[in-house]
Design a protein around this ligand. Structure first.
Ligand code: SF4
Length: 316
């Protein structure tokens, strides 16, 4: 394991491994060129892992979308439902060090949102999770997951990476020595990131933390991380970012004034109107926060949510 990188699960075919039913792969540029700098990938091919071999008969989901079976496209008696689900449970149980998972779209095993369920020869309306993912989600309900295809969308990509970093921080820092004070400190650090996602989750998470010293601490931390990861599933809106940027500017009221303050104001407005990317006001603000901001503001994950070399805020 690479100690500096974040452990992230991935569908093996996305790394270029020739494990697809037809002996091919689905090498992903975004996963290999960009994210490989910061992720330590753990590759899993569920269909190979359950012994289907390469090449193999293609499989598909059939019958009820909520509880489908997974059968061969040519041999309906080839039913691998239980094996795929059990392998998802096993990967979830034995890979507790993962902080995220990238999945191959459309697959009856690995698809997260996009697998079709068939009745007879016709696909039913709607898109669904594959059978391996159903097992994995059962044992790792908090793990940030995304489909590789959706990572070509800059907003979804940025949001997924921020969620992976937040979950990694929780697992490898907070959970090492959980305490009421540590929960308060963790929440302080993520306050502005949560704020960008909306006032409702901001208040909800604040309420959970407000009683951090009360009884039932284990339940409280479970509720906190569940609410945080639920919040981070959806990207922050431009309006949410603008509100947060102005909120941070408010902390520089006494130290950054006059023309400089007006410039920052103007740049945030330019971002609001879509003339510049988020990196422009965020970098400008961060510069002044580093010089004049309090420890509280300087420690905000919002100003430094992931490795800068990913350049993700240049794209949203
Ligand atoms: S989508 Fe999943 S099961 Fe299919 S080849 Fe890729 S890793 Fe294997």
């Amino acid at each position: 394991m690479n100690e500096d990188k974040i452990p992230v699960g991935i569908s093996s075919c996305l790394l270029g491994q020739e494990v697809r039913y037809n002996g091919g792969h689905k090498r992903s540029r975004v996963c290999l060129n960009s994210f490989a700098r910061v992720f330590d990938y753990r590759a899993f091919c569920p269909e190979v892992a359950i012994g289907m071999g390469v090449p193999r008969e293609a499989i598909r989901l059939v019958d009820a979308p909520d509880s489908p079976r997974v059968v061969g496209t040519k041999t309906p008696t080839l039913d691998v439902t239980d094996e795929l689900y059990a392998y998802g449970l096993e990967v979830g149980r034995t890979s507790e060090d993962l902080s995220g998972y990238i999945l191959m779209k459309n697959s009856p095993s690995c698809g997260l949102y996009s697998a079709k369920v068939y009745r007879g020869e016709s696909p039913l309306p709607g898109k669904h999770a594959g059978m391996f993912v159903r097992g994995l989600r059962h044992t790792q309900p908090l793990l940030p997951m995304e489909e590789e295809g959706r990572l070509n969308d800059p907003v979804l990509r940025e949001n997924f990476i921020a969620a992976v970093y937040a979950y990694h921080d929780w697992r490898t820092n907070f959970m090492v020595e959980p305490s009421p004070n540590a929960l308060v400190a963790f929440h302080s650090k993520y306050k502005f990131l949560v704020m960008a996602h909306g006032q409702a989750p901001y208040k909800q998470l604040g309420r959970i933390v407000a009683d951090a010293g009360a009884s039932g601490f284990d339940e409280r931390i479970n509720a906190y991380i569940a609410a945080l990861m639920e919040t981070l599933k959806k990207p922050a809106s431009r309006k949410g970012h603008v509100n947060t940027l102005f909120h941070i500017l408010g902390y520089l009221r006494d130290t950054v004034a006059g023309d400089v303050r007006e410039d920052i104001h103007r740049v945030i407005e330019s971002y609001r109107l879509g003339f510049v990317n988020l990196s422009v006001p965020a970098t400008m603000l961060h510069h002044y926060v580093k010089r004049f901001g309090s420890d509280y503001v300087n420690e905000q994950a919002y100003l430094n949510p992931y490795s800068e070399e990913l350049g993700l805020r240049n794209t949203i």
